[in-house]
Write a protein that binds this ligand. Structure first.
Ligand SMILES: Nc1ncnc2c1ncn2[C@@H]1O[C@H](COP(=O)(O)OP(=O)(O)OP(=O)(O)O)[C@@H](O)[C@H]1O
Ligand SMILES: [Mg+2]
Length: 313
């Protein structure tokens, strides 16, 4: 039986965090500390799956130039199979300046490499091969500049015809068009679900979840940050309640949630168990300064404090 889970990050990046004591525009500042992490949403999902103890995790997408080499090396060192394909120029460096005075975060995101037809063909070939070997393929994040926002629908088709199940965590047009290919799982947050419901006069979140299930998506989760999540699995509705915690950094909570759900899903756990595992992973991520970082001990502790109720209240 296949156990491999592959994550796809079309916009992989190095997330570089500068800890600056007092951020002032137009001055020279010295950083107290610098942290560089391989990132992009799918890379975060892969890292958390590995931390949760999933034995076979692969990461693909585009990684290019010196930054791409850094991403691939770090992915490998973590214990994840690095299966990226190249493009032209440098993978993105995403700079985050954390101000020690007010705790604010100021970001500068690079545009990323150029991707031509040949690079895209290479990715599709790699994806087909990995999908044949994988039980599940997870697509996460935005689509790079210059590529069609319908790309996820094409890629989902490739993975499915190669025998893998598919999750999609995207937003905007890529999600809207990706849904047409009927992934097994989507996870919009409260803002991301709004455009999916436009024109249907749907007000209530549960109505939205039901509408998306009716479109042929068997697992629909709307995460609500510190308020937990609502979900629809196999035609039933669920409310996921999480404990109040002192969140340190909520970036990547959605990625940790996706990883937690995938961990249970490939093991055929019940909806309640998948949701509980996922929400505890999201919470645990919020306790770490790093995006896409779930410590097992914290996850185990939080599992006891997450409650999943059937029904729409
Ligand atoms: N402040 C918080 N306190 C506790 N748990 C949180 C908090 N924020 C998020 N979580 C957990 O993580 C899950 C996903 O969070 P959220 O809705 O913020 O995802 P998201 O917006 O997709 O995040 P991202 O895309 O940045 O990874 C929540 O359902 C919850 O379990
Ligand atoms: Mg998200």
């Amino acid at each position: 039986m296949k156990t491999k889970i592959t994550t796809v990050t079309l916009n992989a990046a190095i997330d570089k965090t500068y800890y600056v004591p007092d951020l002032k525009k137009g001055t020279v500042m010295r950083a107290d500390k610098v942290l560089s992490m391989a990132g992009g949403k799918g890379v975060n999902v892969a890292r958390v799956l590995h931390q949760l103890g999933h034995p076979e995790v692969a990461a693909t997408g585009f990684a290019s130039g010196y930054n791409g080499k850094f991403i691939m090396d770090q992915v490998k060192e973590t214990g994840i199979a690095s299966e990226f394909v190249g493009a032209l120029g440098e993978s993105r460096l995403c700079l985050n300046f954390l101000d020690g005075q007010d705790g604010s975060s100021t970001e500068v995101l690079e545009p990323g490499p150029d991707i031509n037809e040949e690079h895209l063909d290479n990715l599709k070939r790699k994806l087909r091969q990995l999908s044949e070997e994988s039980k599940l393929v997870i697509f996460s994040g935005s689509i790079p500049k210059g590529l069609s926002s319908g790309l996820y629908a094409d890629l989902i088709e490739i993975s499915r015809s190669a025998g893998a199940e598919v999750f999609l965590d995207a937003s905007g047009d890529p999600l809207l068009q990706g849904i047409e290919a009927k992934p097994s799982f989507i996870k919009p947050n409260e803002d991301e679900i709004v455009p999916l419901l436009a024109g249907n006069g749907q007000q209530h979140l549960y109505d939205g979840v039901q509408l998306l299930m009716a479109k042929g998506i068997p697992n629909v989760v709307v995460t609500l940050g510190g308020e937990g999540a609502v979900a629809g699995v196999g035609g039933k509705l669920y409310r996921v309640r999480i404990p109040k915690i002192n969140a340190v950094n909520t970036v990547g909570c959605g990625d940790a949630f996706v990883a937690g759900f995938a961990y249970g899903y490939v093991r055929d756990w019940s909806a309640v168990e998948c949701l509980r595992y996922a929400a505890a992973a999201g919470c645990a991520n919020a306790l770490s300064a790093v995006a896409g970082d779930v410590q097992q001990t914290k996850h185990q502790e939080l599992l006891k404090q997450v409650h999943v109720e059937e029904g729409n209240r």
